[in-house]
Design a protein around this ligand. Structure first.
Ligand code: BGC
Length: 508
């Protein structure tokens, strides 16, 4: 392959696309801000759905049920109507991410990100002005489209633009922005919950801020060279490459590689969702489903939900929810930064396995403490000391997630697919992420109510399975240029039997 300089034994030797320029850094940061809207929504919806004025207006029956609820520690928040409101966004996001694959081909990655920002913007306006449940749901569907489009395009954008040597670090910026979105939303909820009657409108409406920020930012960056070439814009691709690699770098061989890969991918005429089913793409298909599925099965969103209740038990009083969110949010942000600096040095597999082991230990320990102290009846209480211990464990768990399954679940799908199935593969990944989030959100509260502390063991079991999966089935992709990714499967003890067959895979 022209200009690659990549040695198959895994070392990256002076790859010509390996320079880090200011332009690349700024472009990737702007693109990663796409994570803001996802994070903002994750952070804002939980708080809004506990605001009394919001419930009174849209879900009065939930409010009545809550005030009559039998005070079992595990069952207080079990309400299907409310969860279905929250998770309606994920169904819309799922559909949008699947559609995004097609739209990308015609319009490019940047356009999808713009579309995502704009739909999210409109959704937040409708939500802020909602006078009935229909408006509320319509707004949420638009937010879902926004997040679906953005989450599909942004990780791919970063991986296509970042230098291979630092691709992992750059890509963690997406998760970092998700984390910032969550923290900002929690602070806003804390402030607006004091505004009687219409605080929820402000919370929902302020979603327009991150959406505007990312939309304007996206207008200022170019599309990725790969995406431009796919749409026949060779001259623009040359300019984008030159801008990314700096004025004194020879980008012609890199351009030739991209053009050749594009031609190869054009020779595959079938529909991408059909191509990915071919035997030679089996590892890609498996990863596109397994990685997002496993990310959700770590139970991260469940921990995020349960933490405020524990903070209350520990005695933080009325500020408890904010405290919980902020402490966990900050631990989360810090740990993502660890990933940023380590992922291209120690590799993806190391972080996945270390983070996995850390999370398993914490989940088992939490289950033991809750089991021993609150018991199966749910009527016991935690002393301050035990609550403190549980919270500490949750923070250690959140850190483990923050440098492993959090950012890496967006990174891996963005870097493993060859060009002819890249958009489709990423769409499947995002759709699976949303589908599983939806199912877990719908079932977790009922599960906590029935299985009690054993729910935590359930997730620990899953983390054990996924850690073993990584150990046996995920090849290391650290430093490998996208155009050489084929080699990691070819050298893998299991996947080699699939990828050796068939036509050579198209690259960048
Ligand atoms: C996950 C979300 C999760 C968030 C937590 C993301 O990578 O996909 O489900 O809520 O991380 O920060």
């Amino acid at each position: 392959m022209a200009g690659g300089g990549f040695a198959v034994n895994g070392d990256v030797k002076d790859f010509n696309g390996g320079r880090m320029t200011a332009s690349v850094v700024i472009t990737c940061i702007v693109a990663a801000s796409g994570g803001l809207i996802f994070g903002y929504d994750i952070g804002i919806s939980g708080g809004v759905t506990t605001m009394e004025s919001f419930l009174k207006r849209f879900f009065p029956s939930v409010l009545r049920k809550m005030s009559n609820a039998k005070q079992n520690e595990y069952c207080v928040f079990d309400s299907q109507v409310l969860t279905s409101f929250t998770s309606s966004l994920y169904i819309a996001g799922l559909l949008a991410s699947l559609a995004a694959s097609r739209v990308t081909k015609a319009l490019g990655r940047q356009a999808i990100m713009l579309l995502g920002g704009a739909t999210f913007l409109i959704g937040s306006a409708i939500n802020a002005a909602a006078v009935n449940v229909v408006m509320l749901i319509l707004g949420r569907i638009l937010l879902g489209f926004g997040v679906g489009f953005t989450n599909q395009a942004t990780p791919l954008y970063i991986s296509e633009v970042a230098p291979p040597k630092w691709r992992g670090g750059f890509n963690t910026a997406f998760q970092f922005f998700i984390g910032i979105g969550v923290v900002v939303a929690n602070v806003i909820n804390y402030l607006t919950s004091r505004i009687h009657g219409w605080g929820w409108r402000l919370s929902l409406g302020l979603a327009a801020m991150p959406a505007a920020l990312m939309t304007i930012g996206t207008l200022l960056i170019p599309d990725t060279p790969t995406s431009l070439i796919q749409r026949g814009k060779i001259e623009q691709a040359r300019l984008a490459l030159q801008r990314a690699h700096g004025p004194n770098t020879d980008i012609e061989s890199k351009l030739a590689d991209l053009v050749a890969a594009d031609e190869l991918s054009r020779s595959v005429k079938e529909y991408p969702y059909k191509i990915i089913l071919r035997r030679q793409y089996r590892p890609h298909l498996v990863m596109s489903v397994a990685i997002p599925l496993f990310q959700q099965m770590t139970g991260i969103n469940i921990i995020a939900f349960y933490a405020p209740i524990l903070f209350q038990t520990v005695g933080f009083g009325s500020n408890s929810a904010l405290m919980a969110a902020i402490i966990l949010g900050l631990v989360n942000l810090g740990s993502i930064l660890v990933s940023t600096f380590v992922v291209d040095r120690f590799g993806r597999r190391f972080l996945f396995m270390q983070g996995g082991a850390q999370m398993i230990i914490c989940q088992v320990a939490v289950a033991c403490v809750l089991g021993a102290k609150i018991g199966a009846s749910g009527e016991g209480t935690l002393s301050k000391a035990y609550s403190g211990a549980v919270l500490m464990l949750m923070c250690i768990y959140a850190a483990g997630f923050g440098w492993s399954w959090g950012p890496l679940s967006w990174l891996i799908p963005s870097e493993i697919f060859p060009m002819e199935i890249r958009s489709a593969g990423q769409s499947i990944s995002v759709a699976v992420n949303f589908a599983v989030t939806f199912v877990l959100a719908q079932t977790f509260l009922a599960m906590l109510c029935h299985f009690k502390y054993a729910s935590f063991l359930f997730y620990a079991g899953w983390i054990l399975v996924m850690t073993l999966f990584i150990a046996f089935f995920l090849p290391e992709t650290k430093g490998v240029p996208l155009e050489s990714m084929h080699s990691v499967w070819k050298e893998h003890w299991y996947w080699s039997r699939f990828v050796r067959e068939g036509k050579p895979t198209c690259m960048p």
